[in-house]
Design a protein around this ligand. Structure first.
Ligand code: U2P
Length: 233
């Protein structure tokens, strides 16, 4: 069954948006463009590990989030309405513009204006919410996820299996109602060799309660034997 979230409560800099767009373009076509806003099965909250983003290409070192002493750990990549298979994108009839005040309010957790606007147009327009409602929900869910202690500004690289990362997140969030099935680990590369942590994705119902993830996350799940989590410097 699909839910409607209508009536529900209420720069990562430009280079990241470009990277993410490129990644999206390379992925198998799983979007349905122009769907009706508010019709979807669940949300996935994508939490990006900023040090991996900073490490991947030298030019990003000019990005404020990549400057020594100002680096961050997890940042908010997006909140994506999902179908059980695939996801809606660029939905019809929603507003195109995100007010400046809304952008300023979310920059603390989503540190790129370009990314905020991109995420609204691609995913937020499918939420059935206003820009303010959508980013308020995204920030609330992002802050609701407790990051395990080991990931709070580690000064040395961590090494984990994808399964260990999911278990650490589930343990840290058990009393909030999450289980391991509500988390997915996304890494660089597609193989079984060593990889870097790119994201932790967390699944929610359309009303913002913890949920199991779906086929989209199972397909994207990291297959590496070992995941390196670069330090926050
Ligand atoms: O994974 C690469 C990019 O594809 C988009 N994506 C992926 C999984 C999913 O469930 N939903 C989804 O939208 C993301 O594109 P972006 O929002 O960054 O443009 C993701 O980065």
């Amino acid at each position: 069954m699909r839910f409607s979230s209508q009536g529900l409560m209420l720069g990562l800099l430009a280079p990241l948006a470009a990277l993410l767009l490129a990644a999206g373009a390379a992925a198998p076509q799983a979007w349905a463009r122009g769907e009706r806003p508010g019709l979807f099965d669940y949300y996935v909250l994508a939490m990006s590990w900023s040090p991996t983003f900073c490490q991947e290409k030298g030019f990003r070192r000019r990005d404020p989030q990549c400057l020594p002493g100002r680096m961050k750990g997890f940042v908010l990549h997006g909140l994506w309405p999902q179908f059980r298979r695939g996801w809606p994108a660029e939905c019809r009839g929603a507003r195109r513009f995100v007010p400046d005040a809304v952008i300023r309010e979310v920059l603390d957790v989503m540190p790129s204006k370009g990314l905020v606007i991109h995420e609204w147009r691609k995913h937020g327009t499918c939420s059935g919410l206003s820009p303010r409602g959508y980013f308020t929900l995204a920030e609330r869910l992002f802050r609701m996820v407790r990051v395990p202690l080991a990931y709070e500004r580690p000064n040395q690289a961590l090494k984990r299996t994808p399964e260990q990362i999911r278990r650490e997140f589930a343990d840290a969030n058990r009393e909030r109602g999450f289980t391991k099935d509500g988390f997915a680990v996304i890494c660089t590369g597609k193989g079984r060799g060593q990889a870097l942590l790119r994201e932790v994705r967390v699944c929610f119902t359309p009303t913002g309660r913890p949920s199991r993830c779906g086929a989209n996350e199972r397909r994207a799940q990291c297959r590496a034997r070992l995941v390196v989590v670069p330090p926050v410097r």
